[in-house]
Design a protein around this ligand. Structure first.
Ligand SMILES: [Zn+2]
Length: 529
């Protein structure tokens, strides 16, 4: 496409300030950024007087690599595209499409993730993956290798330590994927089996990433003041201990480190905000480390229904779970944790409880228990039994307005969705509204200033993850662009489209034009070099 975008207020992804400019797109790239109309230009043009033009937004944390490699994935990807996201970083929290030997004997454990995609074997190496993204994805994507995925492929789920041979193998596989174009590595230290990686294992892999100059992203061991990760309930808050671990790995290996989805589950955890910021600032400004993190502008997040249950309880048989002694111990532990966290059953919304229990969708556990005349814990355990392993919840008290405001202004922050579209039940609002909501909050003075926010959404995120030629409006860069009205931009209601965001251009073509979907297949797999 050859198109002149005229009279826009341009935020170019490099500067924090907007300026009046014309942008000429030729083919898939930006040809020129001009202060006046090019003489003799006779091609198509679009007058953007009164509107902002910016690089397409970069979602630094997605699990949509699992969807983007399938054919016919519009239903799962469109709401992200519609909010102006043109590039995503996939492979987070230790889970990735990349990095699996298709001949693994642990396919049963692993390919549950790929349950909708019959062609998983073709997308587990970087080249096959990039081809699948080129063929099917509506947005561009770079991908991390997931430690949990790689470990499962070698050793299955569970806490079995790797043999020296397996560790060598994992190191070699990671090295090969990074050389081929993977964006880095992700740890999922709250999830089986990444959580069982021994310190020496994590450190060795971090060194490989450091050697490639790429990013190591951490789903840390704890996001709350107390958690299931550490046995002592008192003493240093668990989320701070989990950050200590990140900083320790960064210090020992020099790896560029990215803390995924900084959240503060439970009202008591909110009090640790300043301490978490101090840890990042001290690491970056005094210790010479390179730490970044990402956030989203919501006070809730999706989790599995089991998430608040201690590990010992989850490992019991169904019959043993029903025993009085187990129930008593569980009741005491959950009560203590709730008090220490400042978190209750009113903060848990059921988003899916199995096909036979649609009546619970969207309701808080406290409401369901009150209506049934049950104790909330009994209700919760009943929903787990009735809903089965696929049941999910939306947990509240992840953040509050003050935390979002403060973190959104931090120099090391990026913005992300960490959301996916579910088959049924309540959708995560982040899948629809993240970037427009951030821009609205900015306008209302409740988040980072507009120019700086756009830079963090675009050029700064591209630099962080090594995306060359993207995230900026500059000659020679890919024409990934978004047009919005800074006075109107806002999230829509429910699952509707954002307000004041008419156009999204990916690789020089309209993906969304005047609010209509034009092309669902413009994304590219990005090789990070
Ligand atoms: Zn995560």
């Amino acid at each position: 496409m050859r198109l002149l975008l005229k009279n826009a207020e341009l935020f170019d992804g490099e500067s924090d300030e907007g300026r009046k400019a014309h942008v000429l797109i030729d083919g898939e790239r930006v040809e020129a950024v001009l202060t006046s109309r090019p003489e003799g230009y006779e091609g198509d043009e679009l007058d953007l007087a009164g509107a902002c033009l910016a690089p397409g937004f970069i979602d630094t944390h997605t699990h949509n690599d699992l969807y983007a490699v399938w054919p016919d994935n519009e239903r799962y990807m469109r709401s992200f595209l519609r909010q102006g996201i043109t590039t995503m970083i996939g492979g987070n929290c230790g889970f990735s499409t990349l990095g699996i030997d298709p001949a693994t004997p642990y396919g049963g454990d692993l390919y549950a993730f790929f349950k909708h995609n019959p062609n998983y074997a073709e997308v587990t190496g970087f080249e096959g993956w990039a081809k699948a993204i080129d063929a099917h994805s509506p947005v561009n994507m770079a991908c991390l290798c997931g430690h949990g995925t790689m470990r499962t492929a070698l050793r299955g789920l569970g806490d079995k330590p790797l043999t020296a041979e397996e560790l060598d193998r994992m190191e070699r596989d990671l090295d090969a994927q990074l050389a081929a174009g993977a964006a880095g590595l992700s740890f999922g230290l709250m999830y089986n089996p990444s959580m069982y990686g021994e310190p020496a294992e994590l450190e060795r892999l971090a060194r490989v990433v450091a050697r490639h100059g790429k990013v190591l992203a951490y789903h840390t061991r704890a996001n709350s003041k107390v958690s299931m990760a550490y046995p002592e309930l008192l003493g240093r808050p668990h989320n701070l201990r989990a950050m200590d671990e990140v900083l320790d790995i960064a210090k020992k290996t020099g790896v560029r480190s990215h803390i995924s989805h900084m959240i503060y589950v439970g009202r008591q955890t909110w009090k640790t905000l300043d301490k978490t910021i101090d840890l990042v600032d001290n690491a970056n400004n005094k210790l010479g480390l390179d730490i970044s993190f990402d956030i989203y502008p919501f006070d809730c997040g999706v989790s599995t229904i089991n998430v608040i249950l201690p590990v010992w309880y989850q490992s019991l048989s169904l019959a043993d779970r029903k025993k009085r002694s187990a129930r008593m111990r569980l009741a005491i532990e959950i009560l203590a944790t709730k008090q220490l966290l400042g978190f209750g059953y009113e903060d848990i919304q059921i988003t899916w409880a199995g096909p036979d229990h649609r009546e619970y969708i969207g309701r808080r556990v406290s409401d369901i228990s009150a209506a049934a005349g049950e104790k909330p814990l009994d209700t919760y355990l009943r929903l787990i039994d009735e809903g089965g392993p696929d049941a999910t919840v939306m947990m509240f008290t992840y953040m509050n307005e003050h935390i979002i405001n403060k973190l959104s202004r931090h120099p090391a922050v990026h913005y992300m969705t960490d959301a996916w579209i579910v088959e049924d039940g309540v959708q995560n609002p982040a899948a629809f509204h993240t970037f427009p909501r951030l821009l609205r909050l900015s306008r209302e003075g409740k988040a980072e200033k507009l120019g700086r926010m756009i830079r963090k959404m675009t050029g700064s995120a591209a630099e962080r993850f090594g995306l060359a030629d993207r995230g900026k409006v500059k000659p020679g860069y890919y024409a990934d662009l978004v047009v919005f009205d800074r006075q109107k931009i806002a999230e829509g209601e429910g699952e509707s489209s954002p307000i004041g965001l008419p156009h999204v251009i990916i690789n020089g073509e309209f993906a969304v034009q005047n609010g209509e979907f034009k092309n669902n297949n413009l994304g590219r797999g990005i090789a990070v070099k």
